[in-house]
Ligand binder design. Structure first.
Ligand code: ATP
Length: 440
């Protein structure tokens, strides 16, 4: 009772000529290797939704790696095989990639048994997938090119905007699907189907998410935060109770929501200035506020928070309110520098959660000053030689003072300014000696 609809027309209407040719060729190679081949998953879903998607996932009934090697030769591409998973990636000269996987069947696991019919192998592969909307395939072999394989009424769910698991053990098999469900819900404005939701909640409460490695959880959360509406996704994670199983001591309150909203506004600005900013760590700055030492240590072990991040949490713990008011009242950079120093991106992100747009703009100006200001002429060596000083904290003090002043005035003359700074420190030392003498 499944759908064997031919959707060639849709393919020609919606896909680039280049992609169509590639799919056609892959089908031809399938015939030449005597293997049924399909394009599957997200590509098919987005084709039917008429949303561009260039992530081509191919599934082969047969040896996927052999197929990939053959296709690569014909297409002048490179093969990167992953023998363990029976998968391979084709990499083209221009960097374009295609993933090839082997439809896994009992045929491979029990070679003595009768071979399964072709249809049941792709069917089993699709049955193992996360949700019905992702469980469709399009046949590519020439005699059947463009036939949509829809065994589970997937197209209906897609049309109705429903996220539905394929079987009741789905979330137990892979608990990260709970997070994926929310991702697709948010992205397409779909709804998790009632029965699926019930099972999700049951498996969530049975702590299945806790069995997954922190790295995988983090990966899925990073993905959800890359979506267009990250805050909507986080709210939904909180609403479903998923967030509590990732951040066990966090209460999702309106205040928390506001902080995250400000962070999401600030993030693009900070990402223009620093590389490799993790969205997961970014939201963690506020989600981990007020965590006790032990839980924090647990979180660190589980999710691999880097040292820099942990340090930023410790720093902001006591400094947040003074920093907020300093930035809001637009104190001179040199004064902010005395408290904040060069900071680090996660300190800035955390601080941004407490700032309105105006404050965030000023913070960005401060960051730009930090990133662009360097002492060019005056170094530690220069100071030591010029003033005949031995190495010690005084050198650093002088350099820091000079640097702070340059933050306020990028065109200041380092050489004459450092002389003034030195004189001041000498005067201070003398005064201290005098007052010490009079105190006696
Ligand atoms: P996106 O558009 O975000 O790339 P996608 O659906 O293509 O979404 P991928 O993570 O690239 O997501 O996965 C490709 C396909 O592999 C999915 O469409 C789905 O069929 C299957 N899949 C991916 N992750 C899982 C999972 N955890 N469990 C089951 N099937 C999965």
């Amino acid at each position: 009772s499944f759908n064997f609809k031919n959707i060639t027309e849709i393919i020609y209407e919606r896909l680039d000529r280049r992609i169509i040719n590639l799919l056609r060729l892959i089908g031809v190679y399938g015939n030449e290797m005597k293997m049924p081949v399909y394009v599957v998953g997200g590509f098919v879903r987005d084709l039917l939704l008429n949303i561009p998607n260039y992530d081509i996932d191919i599934v082969v009934e047969g040896n996927g790696i052999e197929f990939a090697k053959y296709a690569a030769k014909q297409l002048n591409a490179i093969v990167v095989p992953y023998e363990k998973f029976y998968t391979a990636t084709l990499v083209f000269k221009d960097g374009f990639k295609i993933d090839v996987a082997t439809a896994r069947t009992e045929y491979y696991e029990k070679p003595g048994d009768l071979p399964q019919v072709d249809v049941s192998t792709i069917k089993k592969d699709l049955y193992r997938r996360d949700f019905t909307i992702n469980a469709m395939a399009i046949k590519l072999n020439p005699n059947e090119f463009g036939v949509l394989y829809d065994f589970f009424n997937c197209q209906k769910d897609l049309e109705e905007g429903i996220i539905r698991i394929l079987h009741n053990l789905s979330f137990i098999e892979d608990p990260t699907r709970m997070i994926r469900a929310v991702r697709f819900e948010t992205r397409y404005n779909f709804k998790i189907e009632e029965h699926t939701l019930e099972i999700l909640k049951r498996n969530l409460e049975a702590n299945y998410l806790e069995r997954v490695s922190g790295a995988r959880i983090r990966q899925e959360i990073e993905k959800i935060l890359e979506e267009k509406q990250p805050l909507v996704a986080v709210r939904r994670l909180a609403e479903l109770g998923i967030l509590k199983h990732i951040f066990p001591k966090t209460y999702y309150t309106p205040t928390m929501d506001e902080k995250l909203e400000r962070i999401f506004r600030f993030l693009p600005l900070i990402k223009q200035r620093y590389q490799n900013i993790s969205d997961f760590y970014a939201i963690s700055t506020v989600l981990l506020e007020f965590y006790d030492k032990e839980t924090l240590e647990f979180m660190r072990n589980r999710y691999g928070y880097p040292k820099k991040f942990i340090e930023s949490l410790k720093f902001t713990e006591n400094m947040m309110l003074p920093l907020k008011s300093m930035v809001e009242s637009k104190l001179a950079f040199s004064d902010i520098y005395k408290v904040l120093g060069k900071g680090n991106p996660y300190i800035f992100i955390h601080l941004s959660a407490y700032l309105d747009d105006d404050g965030q703009q000023y913070l960005i100006r401060y960051i730009d000053a930090i990133l662009s200001t360097k002492l060019e002429k005056v170094t530690g060596k220069y100071v030591m030689e010029k003033f005949n000083l031995k190495s010690g904290p005084l050198i650093n003090e002088i350099l820091e003072k000079l640097y702070a002043m340059k933050l306020d005035n990028p065109s200041l003359d380092e050489v004459s300014t450092v002389e003034k700074i030195f004189e001041e420190t000498q005067n201070k030392i003398k005064q201290a000696e005098v007052s010490e003498n009079t105190n006696r």
